[in-house]
Write a protein that binds this ligand. Structure first.
Ligand code: AMP
Length: 399
């Protein structure tokens, strides 16, 4: 079965074509800067032989973009399929499913309407995801279309954790509540942990720590998400690349009233000018670590704040979970930075977290155990793979 996974942004389309159930990636790529003077496609094929291409041309809209991707996938010389009809299903990443979707869902007109109804909750993401679905339906007419939601895994969070202490009518009438994001990643790494530990996921209590450009942390009890750091939007929680994470909710009011910022400026400040970038003018953790090495005090402070926030959440979540079987580091920073793992884990011995720095230092592929011998809580490094998880969910649904 061939499954195309698509992640559509407002000016980009990321794609990966899988041969399932073998989990073989036949091709992948990303089209960026749709609508700009020069758009760019990075396209890679792996079967029958590897080939990398970068194409720069003007791509005015998503429809032309997907047409270009289809042309590459079916190219007579280096295509990986002969015809679009070979694609059995298209799995779409959809950011916000609100309270309507607890699981991946086969897309029909009603489902599409429900995703549209949830757009006010993710105005930057859902409209782009919808565009991706509508365009894919035009090109892959015979394929099943499946929506896999970032929010779905967190729909098990109980009311005491998903509600904000605001007038209840705001939840009833406007659905203001915690939804959580990165669900596909948290779910994937927790399943991988269960396979690795040879225990049913339903028997595991985990804290999954996704540290990429965006970051979030999830408390998983008996295999289910019971709390997560991102909230109604992906702004809440950890210090991120450019997002502030948790702040006093009175700060936006202060910024408007006393500094004269508009509400749009506050939104942009919190989402794009804060976090690591706000503290040290850089949002790439590799650069920040290198700057700290050279003695840069702001970089040092940014890393301290970044790790301190994660640590606070680990403390909070270990309190609500009870027995803690494992913490899991994943995504760009979680998988690659031993420095960050070390600073997050230090002085957490009292809750059983004891990192072995030597193990954490070793490079290599796949899942790694990083705790010292005999520690009661496992520390796992598990590479995330959201695209594969979407392909697996899609296969399960249509298979
Ligand atoms: P992601 O969003 O998962 O692609 O993660 C992006 C983040 O991972 C960026 O902040 C990168 O600087 C960071 N990252 C990638 N590789 C490393 C590394 N070797 N050490 C530290 N941070 C890294």
């Amino acid at each position: 079965m061939k499954i195309l996974v698509i992640n559509t942004g407002s000016s980009s389309i990321k794609y990966q074509l899988f041969l399932m159930p073998d989990k073989i990636v036949l091709a992948n790529g990303v089209l960026e800067k749709i609508g700009e003077a020069t758009s760019r496609i990075k396209h890679e094929v792996f079967k029958p032989q590897s080939l990398k291409q970068v194409i720069e041309e003007h791509i005015p809209d998503h429809k032309t973009g997907l047409q270009t991707i289809v042309d590459l996938l079916t190219h007579p010389d280096h295509g990986v399929i002969e015809d679009v009809s070979e694609v059995d299903a298209v799995g779409h990443r959809v950011v916000h499913g609100g309270e309507d979707f607890q699981a991946p869902t086969l897309i029909n007109d009603d489902v599409l309407d429900a995703i549209k109804r949830n757009s006010p909750l993710a105005p930057l993401h859902n409209p782009a995801n919808i565009m991706g679905i509508e365009t894919a339906r035009l090109f892959f007419k015979e394929a099943h279309q499946v929506a896999v939601f970032d929010t779905a895994f967190h729909q098990t969070i109980p009311a005491k954790a998903f509600l904000y202490a605001l007038p209840h009518d705001l939840y009833k009438s406007h659905k203001i509540r915690r939804y959580g994001f990165h669900g596909t990643s948290h779910h994937y790494v927790s399943e991988q942990a269960a396979l690795y530990l040879k225990r049913p996921l339903s028997a595991l209590n985990l804290i999954t720590i996704h540290l990429g450009n965006g970051g979030s942390i999830t408390a998983i009890k008996g295999g289910q998400s019971i709390d997560t750091s991102m909230g109604m939007t992906p702004l809440e929680g950890l210090v991120m690349g450019t997002r502030s994470g948790d702040i006093d909710p009175a700060i936006p009011y202060f910024l408007c009233k006393n500094i004269g910022l508009s509400i749009e400026e506050v939104d942009s400040l919190l989402n794009t000018k804060s976090g690591l970038k706000g503290i040290c003018d850089n949002n790439d953790m590799r650069d920040i670590l290198a700057l700290r090495e050279k003695g840069d005090q702001r970089a040092k402070l940014a890393i301290e704040m970044y790790c301190y926030r994660i640590k606070k959440y680990i403390g909070a979540y270990s309190a609500v979970i009870g027995r803690l079987d494992a913490i899991i580091f994943t995504a760009g920073i979680g998988e690659n930075s031993r420095e960050i793992r070390e600073e997050v884990c230090c002085e957490l011995e009292h809750i059983g977290i004891r990192l072995d720095s030597e193990k954490s230092r070793q490079r290599g592929m796949g899942i790694k155990e990083l705790q010292v011998d005999g520690a009661c809580t496992k520390i796992l490094l598990i590479p995330t793979n959201e695209e594969l998880k979407i392909a697996l969910e899609t296969m399960t649904l249509v298979g």
